[in-house]
Ligand binder design. Structure first.
Ligand code: GLU
Length: 297
């Protein structure tokens, strides 16, 4: 019997939701509802500075206004830190993670000083400074209480994992190239995990069969696939969708000053009409049958 289709909406409560979020939540929600599956809400609140409880309440209010319901109690990443710590320990014990003591300023200076700093999808790559520290140097600096992040030694990790693939419903079979991101952060100085580690652990813990999210996270999936392999976790099917843009072709991102759902509601907008309009703009992958739900053993 096939396992059920499970997807999620995973907003970070750093501000109010806007139309782009609504479209993304609707896609994941409708994908699941069309297949009789389960839709989950996960609050990605690992950033202690930018995440606010009032934004969590706002997210819930906005989703309810849109008529989007979820099937289990929302999961908060801030309640799950020991799980991410355990995953980090595992990577560290395998010699694939190292402490990084660099400040942002130091990284920027090193990049500026280098003749040809390699760039990844999110900008210049970490130059690998702390990768070169000896075990004794690391231990001494940690013992001295020096603030540090943890980074993945991506070249070593990719070599250990061997060739990896993942499947995107639109783009098809993709060979994973996590090294394009360099040595990504696994745990931040100010938070005991990172987006990449937490999302990988949680998608597996919540048995997510289908990740439906914006194409701005397409490149991140290369890292998620690598972390899945290293941690022995399953790989969901991915459905990266185009992002909503305004009349000028500008992405409706939180920072672009686009109207929030709350302001639309305050202006008297009819949510049913809004949802109907968003749905006409949402074209899910032609392969309606594609899903990551695997046949159970
Ligand atoms: N929390 C992420 C965001 O708000 C989305 C994570 C995901 O869907 O994988 O951009």
């Amino acid at each position: 019997m096939p396992e059920s289709v499970i997807s999620r909406f995973a907003p970070s409560p750093t501000g109010r939701l806007h139309l782009g979020h609504a479209a993304s939540a609707l896609r994941a929600h409708d994908f699941v509802r069309a297949r009789g599956g389960r839709f989950l809400l996960r609050i990605e609140d690992i950033d202690p500075v930018r995440c606010r409880p009032e934004h969590v309440a706002g997210i819930i209010e906005d989703l309810r206004w849109l008529g989007i319901g979820w099937d289990e109690e929302p999961v908060f990443q801030s309640h799950r830190l020991p799980l991410y710590a355990a995953a980090l320990d595992r990577l560290s014990a395998a010699g694939l993670a190292y402490p990084c003591f660099c400040t942002r300023a130091r990284i920027a200076a090193e990049i500026a000083a280098s003749a040809a700093a390699p760039h990844g999808p999110d900008g210049p790559l970490y130059p690998g400074t702390c990768r070169a520290l000896t075990g004794a140097e690391r231990a001494a600096r940690i013992a001295a209480g020096e603030a540090h992040a943890w980074r993945l030694d991506v070249a070593k990790a990719a070599a250990v994992a061997g060739p990896l693939h993942w499947r995107d419903a639109t783009a098809g079979e993709i060979a994973a190239t996590p090294e394009i991101h360099g040595d990504i952060v696994l745990a931040r100085k100010d938070a005991p995990t990172s987006y990449h580690l937490a999302v990988t652990v949680d998608d597996a813990a919540q048995a997510i069969s289908d990740v439906v999210r914006g194409e701005d996270l397409f490149a991140a999936t290369h890292v998620h696939r690598l972390l899945q392999a290293l941690l022995g976790l399953p790989t969901p099917a991915y459905h990266h969708h185009a992002l909503l843009t305004d009349a000028n072709g500008e992405r409706l991102a939180k920072r672009a000053g686009s109207p929030t759902l709350a302001s639309m509601r305050d202006d008297g907008m009819d949510s049913e009409k809004l949802v109907a309009r968003l749905r006409t703009q949402i074209v899910m992958p032609a392969q309606a049958g594609i899903s990551g739900a695997r046949d159970g053993a």
